[in-house]
Design a protein. Structure first.
Length: 252
């Protein structure tokens, strides 16, 4: 650990400790964000203006800035509740860190934690860690609650695959695969969702649904999430979790 990153790591730990010990956090009562929303053009310009990322330097950021303590040694979160970052698209990771930094992604106390962390990061560190995550294989969803981790039955698999690959014209739901890829691999600022932790997946869909997560430039996610039933969302989360690496593979 070099001396420059030590104070930063120390502050992250202090913030995390605050989150654990305090039940009253800015969360649900926080003031609406005053951060300026992106347009497709300003977003592309901001991403182009980032320096080139370096994978080895990104690994260093991941360990010295304590990202590993929550997102896992190789980007596989150890709890269902926190997102995995392994195999994520460079542009999506970078956008999220910029969004946390500006306060555009400000849905709850967890986002608040990430805002404190992202504000300590330089553009170079953002680029490096984004390159590092993009270099990792897709994540393995951790096996926690039995109900969420249970394999899909053949009937469930058929139903959910129809929904994610074809959408549902009656409910105006566009096929998830048309943007997130046939295998949940994502593209550009559209995130990879294969192998994502189920609790996080469900929570973030709910936050889009409620309008609390509002950093989606195209506002598609808030619309799609509102058209899905809770049962659909649960099934879709389990489906994408199952598209991660084989669970028997070594996670880290
Ligand atoms: C104390 C735990 C903790 C630490 C340390 C931490 N994170 Fe996070 N991170 C979270 C949580 C919780 C979320 C989900 C927040 C939300 O719901 O908005 C998150 C979200 C993210 C996301 C968005 C993921 C997605 O799929 O949208 C990225 C990218 C990210 N973190 C990167 C980092 C990086 C890089 C570092 C280190 C510089 C870091 N995190 C340190 C807990 C942590
Ligand atoms: C029109 C393109 C499009 C379609 C169709 C689409 N998405 Fe998305 N999705 C996106 C984009 C872009 C984002 C990133 C938004 C942002 O910047 O926060 C996203 C974000 C997400 C996230 C958040 C991932 C994370 O790591 O936080 C989830 C989960 C998700 N989508 C699931 C779905 C599901 C399930 C469907 C199908 C019902 C779907 N999406 C359909 C474009 C799309």
């Amino acid at each position: 650990m070099n001396t420059a990153s030590f104070p930063a790591a120390w502050r992250v730990l202090a913030v995390a400790a605050m989150l654990v010990t305090s039940s009253v956090v800015q969360g649900s009562e926080h003031a609406p964000s005053t951060a300026k929303p992106w347009s497709p053009v300003t977003l592309q310009t901001a991403l182009k203006d980032l320096p080139k990322g370096n994978v080895a330097a990104g690994l260093k950021v991941h360990t010295t800035m304590m990202c590993a303590s929550c997102h896992g040694a190789a980007g596989n979160a150890s709890t269902m509740n926190w997102p995995s970052v392994a195999g994520q698209r460079f542009d999506y990771t970078a956008k999220m860190l910029l969004d946390y930094r500006s306060g555009l992604r400000d849905e709850d106390e967890r986002a608040g934690l990430m805002t404190s962390i992202a504000r300590m990061m330089s553009p170079q560190q953002i680029a490096d860690v984004s390159a590092y995550y993009a270099s990792l294989p897709k994540p393995v969803a951790p096996q926690a609650q039995a109900a969420l981790a249970a394999p899909l039955s053949a009937a469930e698999h058929k139903r959910v695959e129809q929904l994610v690959r074809k959408g549902d014209a009656n409910r105006l739901i566009t096929a998830c695969a048309s943007c997130h890829g046939l295998h949940g691999e994502g593209k550009g600022t559209t995130p990879a969702i294969a192998g994502q932790t189920t609790d996080y997946f469900i929570r973030t869909m709910r936050l889009y649904h409620n309008g609390e997560r509002h950093n989606d430039v195209y506002k598609g996610m808030s619309q799609f999430s509102q058209r899905l039933s809770d049962a659909d969302t649960l099934l879709i989360a389990r489906y994408y979790a199952s598209l991660g690496q084989n669970r028997t593979a070594k996670a880290d």
